[in-house]
Design a protein around this ligand. Sequence first.
Ligand SMILES: C[S@@+](CC[C@H](N)C(=O)[O-])C[C@H]1O[C@@H](n2cnc3c(N)ncnc32)[C@H](O)[C@@H]1O
Length: 212
Amino acid sequence: MLFKTHPEKFWNLIASKYAASPIADRSAYETKIQKIKSYLNKENNVLDIGCATGTQCGDIADEINQITGIDISSKLLAIAKQRMAERKLNNVEFIQATVFDERFQPGSFDVVMAFYVLHFFEDIDAVFKRIHQLLKPGGVFISETACLGENNIVMKKVLRFAGQLGFLPLINLLTTEQLEQALDKAGFTLLDKTRFSHQPDTGYTLIVRKSK
Ligand SMILES: C[S@@+](CC[C@H](N)C(=O)[O-])C[C@H]1O[C@@H](n2cnc3c(N)ncnc32)[C@H](O)[C@@H]1O
C-alpha cells in the first residue's frame, strides 16, 4: 500500500485511533481558540481545510454564520458528522474534498483555517494561491503547521526515507520562514504569529490577511 499516492487510505486506517487521542495541550488549545474567535464575527463563512473530526469547526461554530470542514478521509468525516450531531450544531457542514475542489467558488469565504495539514501538500505556493482566491478581499487565513524542516537531521532523514518508500503520506519538510515567505508571495500580510504550546512539533499559529 503506497500511502504517498493514496493518503486518504492512511487517514482512514488511523481514523479511530486519531479520533480517540486527546488534545495534547488543552490549555494552549483553548487560548488559541480564543485568539481565533477574536478574528471572527456572526456574518462569517469559514472553510476549515483538513478538519479531521471537526474539533475546531465545532469549537468556533457559535461565533460565525457557517463553517465548511473539508478532508480527504471519509472515516474522519463520518466521525466529525456524528460529533456535530451530538453537539446539536447545525451551521457546520462536512465535505470530502481538497481545497482545489471546483465546488468552492472564488471569493466565497471570510476566513480559511488550516491546522496541521499544510505539510501534506507538495506545492505550498499553489495552496496559498488557491486560499487567496477563495477568500473575500480582506479575508483572513489562520494556519498552524508542523514545520518538520526544523527538526533534527536524523528525524528529517527518517521522514524522508519513510516517505520515499511510500509508508507515509507525502510530507513536505517545511520551515516557518518558508511558510511566511510563501504567504507574503501569495499576497498575504502577517497580522499575528504566536506559538501557543511549547510541546514538540507545535508550530506557530500564523494569522494573515489577504491584502493584495
Ligand atoms: C494531522 S490531521 C489535523 C486535523 C485537524 N486539522 C487538527 O488540527 O486537529 C491532518 C488532516 O488533514 C487531512 N488531509 C491530509 N491531506 C489532505 C488534503 N490534501 N486535503 C484535505 N485534507 C487533507 C487528513 O485526512 C487529516 O484529517
